[in-house]
Design a protein. Structure first.
Length: 343
């Protein structure tokens, strides 16, 4: 077992490393006659890294385990197995005090900008709350005036007037509420932002503004993002690299441009073929990949590839063996895929 506050490597390029992460949820009580308890295998052996200053996009259809990954990384869920190494520290066995210090540098932006904000608190109270909590715990040292000045600065950074400090969440639009959520996440000057579909609840025109805000803030503060979205256009725009998830596993991970130009995994190809292209001539000519069958239940672990039942290229070995993520990038590029088509 790792020591709670052991520093693994302070000079690594990776800010976050996730190794063989598993998150299994109990599904009901133990059955009659001592039958084995059932589980939902929401995340079942996920490994990836987020490099300093980059955005890693995590994409996949609903129910594949994207949001569970983010919550397990933040230790809001205690992982069933695996390691989460953030800024050189292993988090899964850390104590509460060390975890609180690590969370100072790892903040979340949630999907619904209304339900994630306390309706009884003003904008200034919401944004200053992390600073107030960490000051009370003795982790940071700030005066009331410094906190107030920081709130003004953050509101300006995210495009909100400081004259709105005493307004409540219901007085803002959806896009403005998400700006408040972003300002709150930036209050402690974190190194990593975990963004759980932060634009999916917003109008398309507002989505572009918020995505540009994320990019601008990243440049100004040198942030890293783990960014979840189900919209492929959003992921392509915001991400430096992309990891594709299917039923609790990562099936492909690559540079954003390479993934869209030359997807390797059959699921990634099907996923990209479903995304509309704005050019009507190209849209009319391209081939659509229609997958047969339904997504298998996450309540059952399989010995082979989880995509087997729906894959148009399945082979006998796929049914009995799980393909590992292997390096298939050309010219030294990092492009990994979990598929026996690529030996």
């Amino acid at each position: 077992m790792q020591q709670a506050d052991k520093v693994l490597d302070s000079k690594v390029e990776n800010l976050l490393e996730v190794r063989n992460l598993k998150m299994h949820f109990p599904a009901g009580a133990k059955g009659l006659f001592g039958r084995e308890k059932k589980y939902v295998y929401a995340v079942d052996g996920v490994s990836f890294e987020v490099r300093k200053g980059e955005t890693l996009g995590l994409v996949g259809e609903s129910g594949c385990g994207k949001s569970t990954v983010i919550r397990a990384v933040a230790q809001l869920y205690k992982p069933t197995a695996g390691e989460v190494i953030f800024d050189g520290k292993e988090l899964t066995h850390t104590d509460k005090k060390s975890m609180l210090e690590s969370r100072k540098n790892m903040q979340m932006v949630f999907q619904d900008p209304y339900s994630s904000l306390d309706p009884r608190m003003t904008t200034a109270q919401i944004i200053s709350e992390p600073m107030q909590i960490y000051r009370k715990r003795g982790i940071i040292s700030m005066t009331d005036q410094e906190i107030s000045d920081r709130v003004d600065s953050l509101m300006e950074m995210v495009g909100l007037s400081k004259f709105f400090k005493n307004r409540y969440p219901h007085e803002f639009s959806g896009g403005q509420r998400q700006r408040i959520g972003i300002a709150r996440a930036l209050a402690l000057k974190p190194k990593l932002i975990l963004a759980d579909e932060p634009v999916s609840a917003l109008d398309v025109s507002i989505q572009a503004q918020i995505l540009n805000l994320f990019k601008d803030v990243q440049k100004r503060m040198g942030l890293s993002y783990l960014f979840i979205a189900h919209d492929l256009a959003v992921i392509k725009y915001i991400s430096d690299r992309i990891a594709v998830m299917y039923l609790g596993k990562i099936v492909e991970i690559s540079d954003s441009k390479d993934l869209y130009a030359k997807p390797l995994h059959p699921y990634t190809k099907a996923l990209l073929s479903a995304a509309p292209i704005p050019d009507p001539e190209v849209e009319a000519k391209r081939e659509r990949i229609i997958l047969s069958g339904d997504v298998p239940s996450p309540n059952v672990q399989r010995p082979g590839c989880y995509f087997y039942d729906r894959c148009p290229h399945r082979m006998d070995r796929c049914k009995a063996n799980q393909p590992p993520l292997v390096q298939k990038g050309e010219n030294g590029t990092d492009h990994r895929v979990a598929c026996f088509l690529y030996k």
